[in-house]
Design a protein around this ligand. Structure first.
Ligand SMILES: Nc1ncnc2c1ncn2[C@@H]1O[C@H](COP(=O)(O)OP(=O)(O)OP(=O)(O)O)[C@@H](O)[C@H]1O
Ligand SMILES: [Mg+2]
Length: 267
């Protein structure tokens, strides 16, 4: 039994550079087992943060990438047929609730609402998970906590969390870190010099100002790390920026020119 959960333990400390008071707030939320929602654009540090918190709290972490084909059974579990007959297999949410892990549902809005509602009884004072097909009611382990992520930019009216879901969570806003902090992160993650990291961040800042003016999303911290890694691998900085920063986010020739110009300003 403990094998099932031990594979979800994080053995080495993830590098996470706190941006504000999110670590203290999350610790307080965990102390009262408040379900938490991490909101913010892609590639800004949400997954890294939850890994860091799970490690710091000494709890296993079970991550589920949500998508619209996901069913409640994918979260809760199902009967499987094998040579011995049928046997029940817990889904990731059931494992987390049973053995006391942090369960991180990534991009939860992608899941259909009939899937999302299975988290409701776990995220109010009942803290239970009914396995209806099995006829079992799991009372969540005292260490269990549910964390979800949510990118506020991507929702359409058709695709959003119901208020009855949202109101079960505390929320932390994430965003791209301040210039010096993001520079430090890029330098740490890629080993580029602080000077080069700072230039990469400046390019990203230009692009982030274009969000909503032809760009759907700014250049993320993740993309800057890609660019830095290419530079460390020996790629010329301008080329690294084209490949890792400019081409992925837009196909519009004018926008590419504008971003290329930003790259030329710094490299
Ligand atoms: N505060 C931070 N401390 C350390 N590393 C960071 C921080 N913020 C971002 N990073 C770096 O940026 C990368 C991307 O962050 P992460 O994968 O956590 O993004 P995300 O918000 O989960 O994105 P998505 O919504 O696409 O899943 C990480 O792998 C990490 O290297
Ligand atoms: Mg993530």
């Amino acid at each position: 039994m403990s094998d099932i959960i031990s594979q979800y333990r994080i053995s080495t400390a993830p590098y996470y550079r706190p941006v504000a008071d999110e670590v203290e707030l999350f610790q307080a939320a965990y102390s009262v087992r408040m379900p938490m929602m991490l909101k913010g654009p892609t590639g800004c540090g949400k997954t890294r943060f939850v890994e860091y918190m799970a490690y710091t709290l000494g709890k296993p972490l079970i991550t589920v990438a949500c998508n619209e084909d996901m069913t409640a059974s994918d979260l809760v579990g199902r009967f499987l047929l094998d040579a011995q007959g049928t046997r029940w297999q817990d889904g990731p949410l059931a494992i987390a609730a049973r053995y006391g892990a942090l369960c991180y549902l990534d991009e939860v809005v992608e899941a259909r609402q009939d899937t999302t509602v299975v988290i409701h009884p776990l995220t109010d004072n009942r803290r239970v998970l009914p396995l209806e097909k099995k006829g079992e009611l799991i009372k969540a382990h005292s260490d269990f906590q549910l964390v979800i992520s949510y990118n506020p930019g991507y929702q359409s009216l058709m695709k959003d969390l119901k208020q009855s879901t949202k109101q079960r969570f505390g929320a932390l806003d994430f965003n791209y870190p301040a210039h010096e902090v993001e520079t430090e992160i890029i330098a740490h993650e890629t080993r580029v010099t602080v000077e080069v990291a700072s230039k990469l961040v400046s390019i990203a800042e230009r692009a982030r100002n274009l969000k909503g003016h032809g760009l759907d999303e700014g250049i993320s911290t993740r993309m800057l790390i890609y660019a830095g890694s290419l530079i460390v691998a020996g790629v010329d900085a301008k080329n690294a920026c084209r490949v890792a920063l400019v081409r992925p986010i837009t196909d519009d020739p004018d926008m590419r020119d504008a971003l290329d110009a930003a790259v030329m300003t710094f490299f």
